[in-house]
Design a binder for this molecule. Structure first.
Ligand SMILES: Cc1cc2nc3c(=O)[nH]c(=O)nc-3n(C[C@H](O)[C@H](O)[C@H](O)COP(=O)(O)O)c2cc1C
Ligand code: SF4
Length: 491
């Protein structure tokens, strides 16, 4: 069997070596995975990808969705730069008809994950609204109609991972003390937690940002509940006293109050939620640079969507209760993710090559893909009326269209979410939808430079494959930074 390279510490087979659909299926079976694919792509009008999705009165033209991805390239005061605009233009050119949020936009300055994250304010609203305009114009130019294109904005508070002022200095805003994450990120035991009063102000900031998004034409906002950021941290705030911690009712009060504020102040705006539907205990680099779980004595009460007695095992009991709540709140747009890029990136962003400060994959990245797909399909089966977006397809590379077609065709997911693939090969959806052969030279090979860049204070982009970034002045700096191999983690 061909392996990654003779010096690689793991035996995972590169996807590019799986030359036929049968090779792929056999390899997945060899790994013991329940991961299916269609052996033939349907290139005609009856292609599952080309079927519109009806969300009430709204028709979304196809089944590709662009996942949110920051570029660490906004201006200091939170406006879009030329690089940001280029990325959004490419999202428009991609051919996907659902744009899940574009990228995380902070609802206040101290909520920013880096000093160049977009920031919602009265001063920046026009600039962020202009991104939507650029995206829609690019889509219209290439595909004609935009009537069936749905564009949302992702709103975030970076919580424990806030870095608003310096790229190398965390200024965490935490809800509770987490022994493993506090230790890893240098949070002292007496570091203050956000008070209930501060949380109430943050809720108002989310509502104000949603109103700005509404006023500038976005069809929905995503109240981000994934990847270890504040919204996600609420869901695991089991040990927090008071009205925002403990019971599930208290841990979801934050979301409910934001939604109530949006219904009050922007009644026509749709609300979506990107959710880490499961989590696992944090991982660290172990022997051979490979990831291994942190050890923890006794029950582990800090993960939403994992077993307390075995935090390497997914448990969706509360996830389903959370989704019941979304249904009661009239929220139908849900994007499924898992874990956090800060402490268990392999479950969130399966990759063969880790970012500079990451760890070698502790499992074949296909296992991570299959895990995300299986959780999503369980959720879709239980909540058939929700518009469910799946995540984690980029690692499938050549076989992305075949696997994605199977899961869309069999109704196990409504939209195929694409992250890194779109940084490398932004118009892959357009190629698949029009029956063109995919351009294998442009496929994301999960080199992780789009994460390594920001982890070293640089912008994000596909430095290895996108000719624009290959020639960008920061490409040289990235090479130097990769040699140094040290940096603080960011998403
Ligand atoms: C450079 C980069 C930036 C990202 N920024 C965000 C973000 O702003 N919001 C978010 O929810 N996820 C973010 N993600 C996660 C992606 O949306 C997606 O979940 C992840 O890359 C896995 O999907 P993929 O396998 O298609 O890449 C980011 C990922 C990358 C690589
Ligand atoms: S840098 Fe390019 S090839 Fe590497 S993971 Fe990011 S998008 Fe994929």
């Amino acid at each position: 069997m061909e392996v990654v390279s003779s010096s690689a510490p793991h035996p995972y087979r590169r996807i590019a070596t799986l030359k036929t659909a049968h090779d792929f299926a056999n390899y997945a079976a060899q790994l013991g995975l329940d991961l299916n694919l269609d052996f033939q792509l349907n290139l005609g009008v009856s292609s599952p990808f080309r079927q519109p999705y009806h969300l009430g009165d709204i028709s979304i033209g196809n089944r590709f969705c662009i996942l949110p991805m920051e570029g660490w390239d906004g201006t200091d005061d939170g406006r879009a730069s030329d690089l940001t605009t280029r990325r959004w233009r490419q999202f428009g050119e991609s051919g996907a008809k659902l744009i899940w949020g574009g990228e995380a936009v902070a609802v206040r300055h101290d909520a920013r994950a880096n000093p160049n994250q977009l920031l919602s304010s009265d001063q920046t609203a026009d600039s962020i609204g202009q991104l939507r305009h650029v995206l829609i114009s690019a889509h219209r130019e290439r595909y004609g109609s935009t009537a069936d294109l749905l564009v949302g904005l992702q709103l975030t508070h970076s919580g424990r991972f806030s870095k608003p002022n310096r790229k190398d200095r965390l200024e965490p805003r935490i809800l509770y003390h987490h022994p493993l994450l506090d230790r890893r990120f240098g949070i002292e035991p007496d570091y203050p937690c956000l008070t209930d009063g501060e949380i109430e102000q943050i809720i108002e900031d989310f509502v104000a940002a949603a109103v700005r998004a509404n006023n500038t034409g976005f069809a929905f906002v995503d109240i981000k509940h994934c990847h270890g950021y504040l919204g996600h941290e609420f869901l695991s705030a089991f040990t927090r006293p008071g009205k925002y911690g403990g019971s599930l009712e208290n841990r979801t009060r934050f979301l409910r109050e934001i939604v109530a504020g949006i219904r009050r102040d922007a009644p026509g705006l749709l609300v979506g939620v990107r959710l880490s539907a499961f989590d696992l205990i944090p991982f660290r680099m172990g022997d051979n640079r490979r990831g291994e779980p942190e050890s923890f004595r006794g029950e582990y009460p800090y993960a939403f969507g994992a077993d307390r007695s075995d935090p390497l095992r997914i448990n969706l009991t509360e996830t389903y209760q959370f989704l019941d709540l979304l249904s009661q709140l009239g929220i139908k747009l849900v994007c499924i993710s898992g874990g956090s890029p800060y402490y268990n990136p392999h479950i969130q962003r399966p990759a063969l090559f880790p970012p500079s400060d990451g760890y070698e994959p502790p499992e074949d990245p296909l296992v991570g893909v299959a895990r995300l797909i299986a959780v999503t399909s369980d959720i879709k089966a239980r909540f058939p009326g929700m518009a469910i977006v799946g995540t984690g397809y980029s690692y499938l590379q050549e076989w992305l269209p075949n696997v994605a077609q199977y899961y869309v065709r069999t109704g196990q997911v409504d939209f195929v979410g694409l992250g890194r693939m779109v940084l490398a090969y932004h118009d892959l959806p357009g190629d698949v939808l029009s029956g063109r052969r995919i351009q294998t030279k442009r496929l994301c090979r999960t080199f992780s430079d789009c994460t390594t860049g920001p982890r070293n204070g640089l912008v994000s982009g596909c430095f290895p494959l996108d000719p624009f970034y290959r020639k960008h002045p920061q490409a040289e700096l990235l090479k130097i930074a990769k040699q140094k191999l040290k940096a603080p983690p960011v998403e």
